[in-house]
Write a protein that binds this ligand. Structure first.
Ligand code: ATP
Ligand code: MG
Length: 175
């Protein structure tokens, strides 16, 4: 799967709609302190189903919604969308996550309302996903080095693309 476009509205510091093309070969984001580099990486993880507000550097998930500045009022919702090519398929796929104050998160795939679980399964065994080793955020290198063996094994399973098997097995056991 290749993510080709990232679109944000009202997400953290990206209050106005922002559209970013992700070209092959993109390996890093640079810019002055506080310009929103980490926010972009968090937007990618968030739309792919991140459930931990803490890993979004917030106390609750609604903290991803633009909180306002001295000159601009806060927003009531945040929305992030990614456009992706799927291996072996002609059609592009759009995944959207939206959060509204007091209403929680909602997901759409190609315009259809889906469950959080559907999005999680979609990304569970690809190299993408909220915990993809392809997304190296600030401090992640140190975390990999300092991880306990079991934690490092989980990272390697994600990197090898077999993490999805555990999710599916759990799902099958519950049926
Ligand atoms: P550094 O180089 O220091 O790592 P960075 O480019 O990674 O910086 P970010 O951490 O992505 O920067 O962005 C930080 C900015 O985002 C801060 O100015 C912070 O106030 C703003 N910000 C974060 N959450 C929100 C929010 N919910 N509403 C408005 N602004 C926000
Ligand atoms: Mg940063």
């Amino acid at each position: 799967m290749q993510i080709k476009r990232l679109r944000l509205t009202g997400f953290k510091s990206f209050v106005d709609p922002a559209d970013l093309r992700i070209e092959p070969g993109l390996t890093g984001i640079v810019g002055p302190n506080g310009c929103g580099k980490s926010n972009l990486l968090e937007a990618l993880r968030w739309v792919m189903g991140e459930t931990s507000a803490k890993s979004m550097r917030g106390a609750g998930m609604e903290d991803v919604i633009f909180a306002g500045t001295a000159t601009r009022p806060s927003r009531d919702f945040a929305e992030v969308s990614i456009l992706a090519d799927q291996v072996g398929e002609d059609d592009e796929m759009e995944v959207v996550r939206r959060i509204e104050r007091g209403a929680g998160s909602a997901y759409r795939i190609n315009g259809r309302d889906v469950r959080a679980k559907d999005v999680a399964l979609l990304f569970a065994d690809s190299a993408t996903g909220a915990h993809s080793p392809a997304l190296v955020s600030q401090g992640r290198i140190g975390a990999i080095i300092q991880a306990k063996p079991g934690e490092r094994r989980a990272m390697l399973e994600e990197a090898a693309g077999i993490a999805g098997l555990h999710v599916r097995r759990k799902d099958a056991e519950q049926r």
